[in-house]
Ligand binder design. Structure first.
Ligand SMILES: C[S@@+](CC[C@H](N)C(=O)[O-])C[C@H]1O[C@@H](n2cnc3c(N)ncnc32)[C@H](O)[C@@H]1O
Length: 272
């Protein structure tokens, strides 16, 4: 196994609907046995001699993910080498502080975290319904010029890091963090764009998302779906939830492999 990280090139804005780059990401995400998050190596399977990773520059801890649990996607990790599981990860010129023992970081979503800020028009109001530590809210605030990003997060630990990351990236004026359930909070807000960056039962949140999305607003709807219906089912669900509003599908793309035969996909839709 090579001890180097895969490198990705981000295509310019006009290429964002091309699929080739996404396939590279997807395959890398699916095959990855280890990933580096800040100065921590995270393994997804057992390896012989995990100490070997300490030879990599700046690596202080090696952990293995045992499983990801529940609605808040909490990882359970075993520390194999070292002790400290808090780190600061740099991606796309943004800093993300997190504790890998309690917070998830999906390397397979890297491209999506870079793609979304490029779509934002100046002055947009955005609702990030599953903000986590600021996976989307931070890059949007750093790389785009929104009026405000309402970042809703239900897990107090993730919310803590969301606020830390706002400070680290100096974007406190751009993001309004909200601790709570987006199903209750989103309908009280009004947005030009709603991000639904969450999988497993995301469709249960479509009503709340649509209540807060303005006429002509854009929805980024994530879902995990089997190969044969990977785009058909999420599109059907968005259209059904939006009725009688008109839905125009702007883009559909695979983010990564979720499990054998199941894809994590995102649908971009304009809802009139
Ligand atoms: C794991 S993140 C998604 C990963 C992210 N899109 C990325 O790029 O890596 C999803 C977040 O949604 C949060 N969440 C789950 N249900 C929620 C709810 N009802 N309201 C607000 N946040 C919620 C979880 O706590 C978690 O932090």
């Amino acid at each position: 196994m090579p001890l180097i990280n895969p490198t990705f090139s981000v295509p310019p804005r006009r290429d964002l609907v091309a699929t080739e780059s996404y396939n590279i990401m997807r395959e890398v995400g699916a095959k990855m046995k280890w990933k580096q998050i800040g100065d921590i190596i995270v393994l997804n399977r057992n390896v012989e001699n995990p100490e070997k990773y300490l030879k990599m520059k700046g690596v202080k801890t090696v952990v293995k993910i045992e499983r990801i649990k529940g609605r808040i996607r909490r990882p359970e990790v075993k520390v194999l080498v070292g002790a400290d599981t808090e780190t600061t990860h740099k991606e796309n010129k943004c800093l993300f502080k997190l504790d890998v023992a309690t917070i998830m970081w999906s390397k397979g979503n890297t491209y999506e975290r870079m793609r979304i800020p490029r779509l934002i028009e100046d002055g947009e109001t955005i609702v990030d319904m599953f903000a986590g530590i600021g996976y989307f809210s931070i890059p949007i605030a750093v790389h785009a010029n929104p009026k405000k990003v309402y970042a809703i997060e239900i897990n107090p630990k993730a919310y803590h890091y969301l606020k830390e990351n706002m400070k680290l990236n100096k974007v406190q004026d751009k993001i309004r963090p909200i601790l709570g359930d987006s199903r209750i909070i989103a309908p009280k807000l009004s947005a030009d764009r709603v991000l639904m960056g969450y999988v497993v039962n995301t469709h249960h949140y479509l009503d709340a998302a649509l209540k807060c999305l303005k006429e002509g607003g854009i929805l980024h709807y994530h879902e995990t779906a089997p190969e044969k219906i990977k785009f058909k089912r999420p599109i059907k669900r968005v259209k059904k939830a939006a009725k009688p509003r008109e839905v125009k599908i702007l883009n559909k793309r695979i983010i990564k492999k979720y499990s054998p035969g199941v894809w994590h996909v995102v649908i971009d839709a304009k809802i009139d």
